[in-house]
Structures are given as structure tokens and as C-alpha cells.
Design a protein. Structure first.
Lengths: 272, 349, 264
């Protein structure tokens, strides 16, 4: 969208100042961290075996977790936005619980569910599936904390778009699945994408639940945040270097997805 | 396909029945809140009445008896297409894809559906717009595409909800002509406020007031001889109702007596209506002397400017006068003036 | 470079701040036995390794009881976290570390007042859930194929001890998880997720019925020595020194050994 320079924005000056302070609050720690990086040793530090293992594991698990968030989050958002049943408000609050729960508490809860002595633990053991200490556990922990982001983002968009187009589609003979596939989802695609990006970022940075539920073993469960946590005991330089890698990866993903989301906006007409 | 509906919605106090013969277009008119939208939404399957029954071409769209098992077909299985005031074209699809939506949802392969769509776009004179996006279209263009989209879905019944209401006055006639063409052999129900739509498009007119049907018939029947103040208003006619007493039409409210000569089939004591165009009524301060004019005195309520004429209103009659005359009359608002007209230009029934 | 300047500035600021809280004390900097003459008064903050939690809490209470007019505030965390904080200027008066390596970081930064004194030792012990579901009998059993073993990561003190013990025993361990703190290892055992874990003797004692402990011969190969030292720029230097003496003295020894620590 072309912005006409010099046009009136109407934002009070004191608001700009507060915004600047807020931005500085977020950016200065990043700057401080970047200044501490041992640039001479940077490349060897981040290409060490443990670092690479941690980064690849983080990317793999976060992508898997994001996929799960989309698979389960989209239906959840649809049900919350489009249907009306008794207890819906309560259900919505519960579904958003992982947002406020301390991740470690989330990890403990997952342990009580999927662990050996957990609610479903016996069932899994009978099936021969071992969840604790596995990469699966990492993905479960990440999905648990990241799911609300997608649901929240998408539910809002669904409510905004409204049901008018879906109703017309139905009268034209489209079954509910066809309406979902050809009308609803294309119209909320930007929200799905931005929700997925948020989920991915959250999954990438997940620490507390992973530590408590999945354990920490190089290549299997030691994601990048866990690796940083460990390295800071003995090698702060590595810890800082890896932290920078994490930040860069997150920024890249968010930027790329933001661009894709913009391009995918179905309501972009020739006029805008 | 033939169509019938009978529905009862309690909390909106709507109780309507309607039949549409194959190929017939029925216009439904009524004041706001009369129940017209309820009717269309129930037929389309978007709201569920408390009881009723609806059938289209032999298949039951819904059957909700007071007691017993209920049948309810979801909207996408009814073969009823709905056209609203806003075109509501899918913003993320091109015009062609929009029109092809119905056929594709029916399982027709994409390429064939697109051909059908192109055909319908030709039918509504919107061929050139095929590859544009809805955001690029004007209101009138969008509405035309919406018509093509509804028809391409091959509906058994077409429902139109005030399709011209959101369009510019200059654009509406084009759409009306197009609709007249495509509705020729199609079963359709059109809800409208515009009598011109009824005259142009409808084979039959149904008037709905307070959730009930108050009048039915051909446009000429309903509007040339209006049976209610609302109908008369729609038709732009004055309506005086009273009882025949001898050769006089006696009106109760407001009290008046009109001497008429041509009573045709109306018997003594029967309720009688007299309809006359406001443009055929003249206003004067003195009682007119011409013998062939019928004159009544009534208190002037107000003057309403209406473009190049002014409507003079009273409790009994309205007359259309020129602005100059209106200027003369302005000072006399509230006092009695004489409304006169030639009885031969009135319809008595 | 940046570190030293900010450190001094921070320490300076904090000292000034704390000076307001602390009451005036005699400028004596020689550690002397607490039992004698002038009543001690002042507040100190003790940074101690997490494994010292219950013992130091008891010691702090009894110290305060014996020396009314003093308060001992305690801060427990991983030794390396504590050192990092102290070096960055955190207001500590006494530091008790779980190993010599972290104490060395402190002395390298020249933040100690006097030399560190070893006051306890700790060795590893195998911890298993009650009932010993995997039937662990000795160290070699830990390397069993189906055993879910959890240990400390080599980067932390208990982890390096584990590595030393494993080498001495000639056993290659294949854990399912390498935790960053011994507390997490213990947690995995108490929750039943792990079949066995390598923790400190003191952890097993503290866990009570939640775990069963299995001693093993090779534990002597990796003895963790715990040093304690008072810090320079302590607000109440004599109280700090007194507390260090308390811990290294007989009162401290009794409490520590009751908890399972070895003599220094």
C-alpha cells in the first residue's frame, strides 16, 4: 500500500514517546546481548556438534508442533466462532489456559497425563509407545503451549468475516465441507498464517514444559533453549551465541510469514 | 417446478402461505417488519419456523407438524437460490469463478462449470467482466453477476430480496430489464418495495402486513383497485372507502359524502372503494362551479414537495399541484379547501 | 572491559544502599569465634548451592537464635548461576558452592575475603523409585538396555562427578536424559518416569520415602568438595565471618553430617 508522505496521522506526540520507550525496552536487551557476542569464536561456537543438533531438533519439533496446531486449532477456532452451545464460554477460557499457565506447570500437567504413571500412560505403555524422554514428548509440550495462539488469532478473524458468504454458498448448493474449503478458509487464510507463525515462534522458544516433560538429551530432546540453558553453566559465550541464532531464526520466520500473509490476502483488489 | 409453503413463526408473529406455479414470478410487498424476510429465510433454510410445510417440485423442503416427526432439509440440498440486496460475491474468486461456484458445488467438472458460467454471464450482459475480481465491480455490475451466479446453480426456485434497493436510480432500470428477461420461465419470489418491480417482473402480487397476507392478485388487480391504504400508497393512489347509500358514497372517517353516478355492480349498503390518482385531483379555495366535477371539502394537513410537483394532503384525499399553486395554498394549511376531480377518472369498486 | 567497570559501579552502589540498612559495626575484619564477647549484630545474605537448602536453613536459624540481633537471608540456586550473579554485582555476603570450580571463578574475580574453606563433601548415590522396579543392584546395572537412566549433564558439578565415576567403573552410560540440575534428576525418579538416577547422597536422604537409595563402591572416585567463603565488601563483615566459622565449626559439621554430607 503506498503511503502518501506528509498526510496527517493524528497520533498525539506523547503517544509516540511512550511507544518509543516501549520499543526501546524490548530492543535494548537484544542490543546488549549482541554486544556481548564473542564474534571471533562465533562460527565455531554455533557449528559445534551440540549446537547444530540442538538447532535442527528445535526446527524439526517446532515445525511438527505448528502442523499439529493447525490441524487441531483450525477446527477448534471454527467451533468456537461458529457454533453456540451451553458452556462455550467456559470451554474457551480453558482452551486458552496454556497462555497463562507457567510452562513448567504445563510440563508437570503433561507428565501427569502422558507419563508412565499418568492418566493415559498405562494405555500408551500397553500400545508399546513410549512418550517420556522422546522427541514426541517435545512436540507434545510445544503443541500444548502454542495451540492457544492459533485458536485465538483465527477465532477473531472468523467472527470478523462473518457468515454471510457461507450462507450464500450454502444456498448455491455447496455442502458444509465445500463451504469450508472454498469460502471460509480462503477468506481467513491470512489469520491462519499469522496464527501459525505465532505458534511456531512460541514452540521454538518453549523451555519450561519441555524440560519438565521431555527431559534433555542431545539430538533427542535437547532443543535450542535447553542447550542454551545448559551451556550458560560453563560456557557463557556459547550461550550468548546460540541465543543470537535463536533470535535471528525467529525474526526470519516472522518476516517471511508476514510477507506471505500479505500476499495471500484474498481481498486485495486492483484498487488497493 | 411448482412450489408451496406454509409457515408459522411464533415470536415474529408470522403466519403465511404461498404458492408459486411453475414458471410464475410472485412479488411480495409489505411494510418493513411485515414478515417478508422471514418468509424468504425460511424457504431458503436459514431460519426454522415453529411449524409449517414447504414443498418444491415434489420434494419436501421442510415439514414441521405440531406433533410428529419433523423433516428439515439443510439449505444446500434445497435447490433454492437466494439473491440479496448486496451482491455478496465471494471476494477471493474472480467473477467467472463466482458464477461457476454453483455448478462446481454440484460436482460438475471445473472446465464444464466455467463454460456454463460464461454462458450465464453472456445472458446477463456481463461477459466482459469474467476475469475481474468483485472489488473491481460497480454495484450494478456486481448485482448482475450475482443474478448469473444464482441462475447458474440451476435452482428450482429463485428468491430475490429487494435486489434493486441498493442500486443507483440510474442503474436499476437496466437490471430490471435483465431480470424480466431471465425470469420469464422461472419460478421466482421477489420481495420488493417498488411497485414498478411488481408491474414489470411479477405475474402475481402478494401483500403482506403484520405477518399475514392481506391481498393477492395480479398487479393490476392489486394496484388498480387497492384494497388497503398500504396498497394504495404503494400504487400511488388515493383510496376512499365507505358504504353505498343510495347514490352517495358515505365515508365515516373522516366524515364525507360523495355523490356518484356509475355504481356498476355495487349494491346498496355494500362496502365501496374509490381510487383516484392524486394528479387527477385539483385543489381550490372556492367550491368549483363545473358540474361534472365532484367536490369535497377537507382540511389541508400539509404540503409535501415532490420534485416538480407538490402533494397537498388531507385526511380524505391528496392532490398533486404545481409549485406555484402550492405557494398560494401555503398560508391556508390547516383550513378547509376544496378537492375536486372528474368522477370518470376514478375507479369505483 | 565493560564487566569490571560496571561491577565496581554496581557493587559500590549496592554497598551504599546496604549501608543504610546495616547498623554500625566495629571495623574488625579478623574472623573470630562467635562465642566470645561483643554481641554480633547485622544482616547478611548467604548465597548457597541448591543442595545445601535444608542444612543451611537449619544452620541459619540456629545461628540467628544464638546471635540475636543478626539475620541471615538465604538464596539457593545452582552454584554457577550464583557465581554469575555475584560477579555481576548481586549483594551477597557469604558464598557456599557445590564444587571448587565455581568457587575458583569467584576467587579469580578477587571477590573473596580470605581463603575459601572446605566444609563438606558429597558423593553420588543411585536413586530408584520405591520398589526398585528395574531391579538395580549395582552401578553396572545402570547401563542395562531397558533401564531408563537420568543423570546430570556433564556441564554441571554432579554431572562431572557422574562422568568421573562412570570412567572409574569402566561403564558406558546411555541415559535417556541429561538434566541441568540434580533437582530435576531427582524429580524424574520420584515421579516414576525414570527407573534410576544418579544424585547426591544428601538428595536421597532429603527425599525420604519418595526414593530408595543404592550405594555403590565407585562413588568414592568422585568426591564433591563444598567450599565456603565470606565476600569482600560484605555489609556486616564480622557477621559474615562469624557465619562462615559457624558452618565450618562443630555446629555446622553436626547438621551437615546428619544430612548425609561427608567430612571435608
Amino acid at each position: 500500500m503506498a503511503r502518501v508522505s506528509g498526510s496527517y496521522s493524528g497520533v498525539p506526540r506523547w503517544v509516540m514517546i511512550l511507544a518509543a520507550v516501549g520499543a526501546a525496552f524490548v530492543l535494548l536487551p537484544l542490543v546488549a546481548m549482541v554486544l556481548r557476542v564473542n564474534w571471533a569464536e562465533f562460527v565455531p561456537l554455533i557449528t559445534s556438534e551440540s549446537s547444530v543438533a540442538a538447532l535442527l531438533l528445535s526446527l524439526r519439533t517446532s515445525l511438527a508442533a505448528t502442523a499439529l496446531c493447525v490441524i487441531f486449532g483450525v477446527p477448534m477456532a471454527l467451533v468456537l466462532a461458529r457454533t453456540d452451545f451451553w458452556g462455550q464460554k467456559v470451554l474457551r477460557s480453558l482452551v486458552l489456559l496454556p497462555l497463562v499457565l507457567p510452562p513448567v506447570v504445563g510440563g508437570i500437567a503433561l507428565l501427569y497425563t502422558f507419563g508412565r504413571r499418568g492418566l493415559l500412560g498405562q494405555t500408551f505403555e500397553v500400545l508399546g509407545v513410549d512418550i517420556a524422554f522422546s522427541t514426541t514428548a517435545v512436540v507434545i509440550a510445544q503443541t500444548f503451549v502454542a495451540l492457544p495462539f492459533l485458536v485465538l488469532s483465527l477465532e477473531g478473524a472468523l467472527r470478523t468475516v462473518g457468515t454471510r458468504y457461507e450462507v450464500i454458498g450454502a444456498t448455491l448448493g455447496a455442502s458444509p465441507t465445500t463451504v469450508l474449503r472454498r469460502i471460509t478458509l480462503p477468506l481467513v487464510l491470512p489469520a491462519v498464517l499469522s496464527g501459525a507463525v505465532l505458534s511456531f515462534a512460541r514452540a521454538l522458544g518453549e523451555f519450561g514444559a519441555t524440560l519438565t516433560f521431555a527431559g534433555s538429551l542431545q539430538g533427542t530432546t535437547r532443543t535450542l533453549p535447553l542447550e542454551i540453558y545448559l551451556q550458560r553453566e560453563t560456557d557463557p559465550d556459547t550461550a550468548v551465541a546460540l541465543s543470537l541464532v535463536l533470535v535471528v531464526v525467529a525474526v526470519l520466520i516472522v518476516t517471511v510469514a508476514h510477507r506471505t500473509g500479505r500476499a495471500a490476502d484474498p481481498r486485495a483488489g486492483a484498487a488497493s | 417446478m411448482s412450489f408451496s409453503v406454509d409457515l408459522h413463526v411464533i415470536d415474529r408473529d408470522v403466519h403465511l402461505q404461498l404458492q408459486v406455479a411453475p414458471g410464475e414470478t410472485v412479488a411480495v410487498l409489505g411494510p418493513n417488519g411485515a414478515g417478508k424476510s422471514t418468509l424468504l429465510n425460511a424457504i431458503a433454510g436459514l431460519i426454522r419456523p415453529d411449524s409449517g410445510r414447504c414443498e418444491l417440485g415434489g420434494s419436501i423442503l421442510f415439514d414441521l407438524p405440531e406433533r410428529g416427526t419433523a423433516t428439515w432439509r439443510p439449505p444446500h440440498q434445497r435447490g433454492v437460490a437466494l439473491l440479496a440486496q448486496e451482491a455478496l460475491l465471494f471476494p477471493h474468486l474472480t467473477v467467472l469463478e463466482n458464477v461457476a461456484f454453483g455448478p462446481r458445488s454440484a460436482g460438475i467438472p471445473a472446465s464444464q462449470a466455467r463454460e456454463t458460467a460464461a454462458g450465464w454471464l453472456r445472458e446477463v450482459d456481463a461477459e466482459a467482466l469474467a476475469h475481474r475480481k468483485p472489488a473491481e465491480l460497480s454495484g450494478g455490475q456486481a448485482q448482475r453477476v450475482a443474478v448469473a451466479r444464482a441462475l447458474a446453480a440451476h435452482p428450482g426456485l429463485l428468491l430475490l430480496d429487494e435486489p434493486m434497493a441498493a442500486l443507483d436510480v440510474s442503474v436499476a432500470p437496466v437490471l430490471r430489464r435483465m431480470l424480466r428477461r431471465v425470469l420469464t420461465d422461472r419460478s421466482a419470489v421477489i420481495v420488493t418495495h417498488d411497485v414498478l418491480d411488481a408491474y414489470t417482473l411479477a405475474d402475481r402480487v402478494v401483500l403482506v402486513e403484520g405477518g399475514r397476507i392481506v391481498d393477492e392478485g395480479t398487479p393490476a388487480e392489486v394496484f388498480d383497485r387497492p384494497r388497503s391504504a398500504f396498497a394504495a400508497g404503494l400504487a400511488g393512489l388515493n383510496l376512499i372507502t365507505g358504504i353505498r347509500r343510495g347514490d352517495t358514497l358515505v365515508v365515516d372517517e373522516p366524515a364525507a359524502a360523495l355523490a356518484l353516478t356509475d355504481w356498476s355492480t355495487i349494491v346498496e349498503g355494500a362496502p365501496t372503494s374509490l381510487a383516484i390518482r392524486p394528479s387527477a385531483v385539483t385543489v381550490s379555495l372556492e367550491k368549483p362551479v363545473a358540474a361534472d366535477r365532484l367536490a369535497v371539502q377537507a382540511k389541508m394537513i400539509d404540503l409535501e414537495p415532490r420534485g416538480d410537483f407538490v402533494r397537498v394532503r388531507s385526511a380524505l384525499l391528496s392532490a398533486d399541484v404545481s409549485p406555484q399553486e402550492a405557494a398560494h395554498l401555503d398560508a391556508m394549511v390547516g383550513s378547509a379547501v376544496w378537492f375536486s376531480f372528474d368522477p370518470r377518472s376514478a375507479t369505483v369498486y | 572491559m565493560i564487566r569490571a567497570t560496571s561491577l565496581i559501579a554496581a557493587a559500590g552502589l549496592l554497598t551504599v544502599a546496604l549501608a543504610g540498612c546495616a547498623s554500625a559495626t566495629p571495623a574488625a575484619s579478623t574472623p573470630s569465634a562467635t562465642a566470645s564477647a561483643a554481641a554480633l549484630a547485622g544482616d547478611i545474605t548467604v548465597f548457597a548451592a541448591a543442595s545445601l537448602k535444608s542444612t543451611f536453613t537449619d544452620l541459619a536459624e540456629s545461628f540467628e537464635a544464638e546471635n540475636p540481633g543478626t539475620t541471615v537471608a538465604l538464596n539457593f540456586a545452582g552454584s554457577s548461576d550464583l557465581v554469575t550473579q555475584i560477579v555481576a554485582g548481586a549483594p551477597a555476603d557469604v558464598f557456599a558452592s557445590a564444587d571448587s570450580k565455581n568457587m575458583t571463578k569467584l576467587t579469580d574475580a578477587a571477590l573473596n575475603q580470605g581463603d575459601p574453606v572446605d566444609f563438606a563433601t558429597n558423593v553420588l548415590e543411585i536413586a530408584v523409585p520405591p520398589g526398585n522396579p528395574a531391579n538395580i543392584a549395582d552401578f553396572a546395572d545402570l547401563a542395562g538396555a531397558d533401564v531408563k537412566l537420568v543423570i546430570c549433564a556433564p556441564e554441571v558439578p554432579c554431572g562431572s562427578a557422574t562422568a568421573a565415576v562412570a570412567t572409574a567403573a569402566g561403564v558406558t552410560l546411555t541415559p535417556v536424559s541429561e538434566e541441568s540440575s540434580v533437582t530435576d534428576v531427582l524429580g524424574k525418579v520420584t515421579s516414576g518416569e525414570a527407573d534410576a538416577g544418579l544424585v547426591y547422597v544428601t538428595d536421597v536422604t532429603a527425599a525420604g520415602d519418595a526414593v530408595e537409595g543404592i550405594d555403590f563402591a565407585e562413588s568414592g572416585e568422585a568426591v564433591n568438595t563444598y567450599p565456603i567463603v565470606a565476600l569482600k565488601d560484605a555489609a556486616s563483615a564480622d557477621v559474615a565471618a562469624a557465619f562462615v566459622d559457624y558452618v565450618t565449626g562443630s555446629a555446622g559439621a553436626d547438621v551437615l553430617q546428619a544430612a548425609g554430607f561427608g567430612a571435608p
